[in-house]
Design a protein around this ligand. Sequence first.
Ligand SMILES: Cc1cc2nc3c(=O)[nH]c(=O)nc-3n(C[C@H](O)[C@H](O)[C@H](O)COP(=O)(O)OP(=O)(O)OC[C@H]3O[C@@H](n4cnc5c(N)ncnc54)[C@H](O)[C@@H]3O)c2cc1C
Length: 390
Amino acid sequence: MTDHENFRPRYDVVVVGARCAGASTAMLLARAGARVLLVDRQTYGSDIVSTHALMRAGVLQLKRWGVLGRLLAAGTPEIDVTTFHYGAESFRIDIKPEHDVDFLIAPRRTVIDRILVDAAREAGASVRHGVAVTHLEVDANGRVCGVTLRDHDDSIVTVACDMVIGADGRLSTVARRVKAPTNVDGTHASGYVYGYYAGLPNDGTHWYFERGTAAGVIPTNDNQHCVFVSVPRDSFAAVFRKDLEGGFLKTAAANSPVLRDAVQKARPMSRLRGFGGGAGYLRQSYGPGWALVGDAGYFKDPLTAHGITDALRDAEILSRAILSGGDQALARYQNERDTLSRPLLDVTDTIASFAWNLDEVKDHHLRLSEAMNTETNHVAGFSGRDDLAA
Ligand SMILES: Cc1cc2nc3c(=O)[nH]c(=O)nc-3n(C[C@H](O)[C@H](O)[C@H](O)COP(=O)(O)OP(=O)(O)OC[C@H]3O[C@@H](n4cnc5c(N)ncnc54)[C@H](O)[C@@H]3O)c2cc1C
């Protein structure tokens, strides 16, 4: 970096973490005229452990914000059908037009995070990659009033601001520094292994469920498919530690021998990546001079593929709260987030328990679908207040 001289002495907002939650919050605040600094310790355009499926509310946000076209132009395929497989039974569902959205997408994180960072920069945010927040500055009244930044060559700079937003993921430094309490704890977690393949049929997303396991196929950029398998967290080491690829194929076959055969015939385009699991939570997400958004404040198991959609939702709820000002605005943000998130977190936790038979998991998916409809209707309601849209 060594462009510390480019930091202003003071910002309205410093956003820590430049991915879906942080970059979109920075974009929205900068569009409204706030002086925003967006920092991330990783490099611009880098990848992260995550698959990519976006739900309708997430696609709607990207469309309203004027960035959906860029994602499509980057080769992100439109997904117009999704198939749920419960053992030998399959349900194929066309994505029907609703709320101005008639397809879903699943962009690589190297694509969507970069496009959101570009949009934040174009809106006027200062963006710095390769810079970690190590400490928060706190004034005599206990209010967060700045950040200490460390660059990759270990130089240190302190920046003052009115508010620090932690969009820095599950292991959030900001949450740790402000000692944000956890208000709701999930119980269950799944372990995940995924990789990218070329040569699979273009037939939308597929979600597979069998007793004690799940899997999926998600079409993404570069004509590739992301294929994942999932098992209860407690079984993760036993299934994958000795033989990652063998465990991956065995788990794919347990879900569907057809899936295993298709994967074996396809061309692997990456190494397999794993995620050992983490239980969900809702954290206290505001305090004097600070707020949390995205996984920093609210996480749930990846098995319902919903973290990015919720991050895009909450970026807007938080931005509107900050812009409206007032003592109660951030409390309203947390309340709105929690009201929408609690049903999603609860049903996700239940699905991640793997303590279901195939009829029961179908019921859990119906509950999930209801919570997603409520969320989409809520996000569609932002459209009446499109001052933050593109
Ligand atoms: C295996 C797996 C599969 C998933 N699949 C899906 C899916 O299909 N669909 C979906 O919607 N969600 C999925 N998720 C969830 C999704 O990845 C998260 O919800 C999403 O990444 C949250 O985004 P975020 O911006 O809040 O945080 P993150 O994406 O975690 O980004 C946080 C950023 O903060 C930066 N950072 C951290 N600490 C600091 C610091 N001190 N200083 C500066 N920068 C810092 C990091 O470098 C990082 O870039 C999956 C998650 C996992 C683990």
